[in-house]
Design a protein around this ligand. Structure first.
Ligand code: GRF
Length: 203
């Protein structure tokens, strides 16, 4: 399967995918990495792996709709079977969803539907939950509202309240990387179907 990965930051989830696809048995290859900003470690990781990259900053386009069209065209040019948003911090637009909804996989650092949005880790801490985790899900028009594919659990420690959630986020990301690699690989090899808002990957 052909994967396009979209990133906005450090790209450790991308790196986990880059490492996984090195094994041909994984069943996927990353044909391009896109970003909404330049000068991020995620792009450097792609370049170091010899993967083509593209950048579309919203500020470089007339408006958000034009950005959506340009991003969609760049992704489509690489003919992906699956798109993975791995720490991509922009909401995808209608043009993108028209082309890739149902096969765009996002990872979120909380147990959805609890704590969606950009502050899932501090929000979970502030609420006082004792377990949290990560969710791999399909992207739809809402913010972290799409059908859930898989989840991983991480315990919250009392000490996590001391550093604003940094250590907790790091523990979540460790689980998240493994889960994302596993789920994307299974989807690449086996395909998936969506039924009544539930995602099934053949066993
Ligand atoms: C991940 O925890 C992702 O769920 C969140 O931001 C983090 C991205 O990390 N939205 P990285 O860029 O893959 O290192």
């Amino acid at each position: 399967a052909r994967l396009v990965v979209l990133v906005s930051g450090s790209g450790t989830n991308l790196q986990a995918l880059i490492d996984a696809v090195a094994d041909p048995a994984y069943g996927a290859r990353i044909v391009a990495v896109g970003a909404d900003r330049a000068d991020i470690a995620g792009l450097e990781r792609a370049e170091a792996a010899g993967i083509p990259t593209f950048v579309h900053r919203i500020a470089d386009h007339a408006d958000r709709a034009a950005w959506d069209v340009a991003l969609t065209a760049s992704v489509a040019a690489h003919e992906p079977d699956l798109v993975v948003t791995a720490g991509f911090m922009k909401i995808l637009g209608p043009e993108f969803l028209g082309a890739f909804a149902g096969r765009t996989v996002n990872t979120h650092p909380a147990l959805l539907p609890a704590f969606p949005g950009a502050h899932g880790v501090p929000d979970a801490l502030a609420y006082g939950v004792k377990v949290t985790g990560c969710t791999v899900h399909l992207v739809d028009a809402g913010v972290d509202t799409g059908p859930i594919i898989a989840q991983g659990v991480v315990e919250v420690l009392d000490a996590d309240h001391a550093d604003g959630g940094e250590a907790l986020h790091e523990r979540i990301k460790t689980v998240e990387r493994t889960l994302l690699v596993e789920v994307v690989g299974r989807m690449a090899r086996e395909g998936h179907r969506i039924e009544d808002r539930k995602v099934w990957i053949p066993a």
